[in-house]
Design a protein. Structure first.
Length: 143
């Protein structure tokens, strides 16, 4: 197994679409997802990275950034992270995170943030191992 990390490009849509469906446990509208995917990967403040085992996509991470007044600078928020089941606990997530952090530093981010569903306890453990602090509550409301 030789894992390498690349910036996401248009042809990575099918793999990431499949990962998102698995991550969320539902089948999203392919056309809508493609439209969103192509929009977000071409936004210069966003970071989308894909992990490959040779030529096979095995995971990805996405991060959107914005300038926030209460931080007085650019803050990155991890939106999605997924590693195929057979590759979990094998260092793929750590590699994705290391590459995300390196690119975030290059772009001048002051901080990375992540929100994770309460049910994803293994993800919480991963983020804490990677140095994230459980410092906030997130509240949501569907509209």
């Amino acid at each position: 197994m030789k894992i390498h990390i690349c910036k996401a490009v248009d042809i990575d849509f099918e793999a990431i679409y499949s990962f998102i469906n698995e991550l969320e446990g539902q089948l999203f509208n392919r056309e809508k997802q493609a439209e969103i995917f192509h929009q977000v990967i071409h936004n210069p403040t966003n970071i989308y990275l894909v992990a490959f085992d040779e030529d096979t996509p095995v995971g990805f991470i996405s991060c959107h950034a914005q300038n926030l007044l209460h931080h007085s600078g650019l803050i990155g928020e991890i939106q999605e992270m997924f590693v195929a089941e057979k590759y979990r606990s094998g260092g793929v997530g750590k590699l994705l995170m290391e590459n995300l952090i390196a690119e975030s530093k290059q772009k001048g981010f002051l901080q990375l943030e992540v929100t994770s569903s309460k049910r994803r306890e293994k993800a919480h453990q991963f983020y804490m191992r990677e140095g994230f602090l459980a410092s906030h509550f997130k509240f949501t409301k569907k509209i």
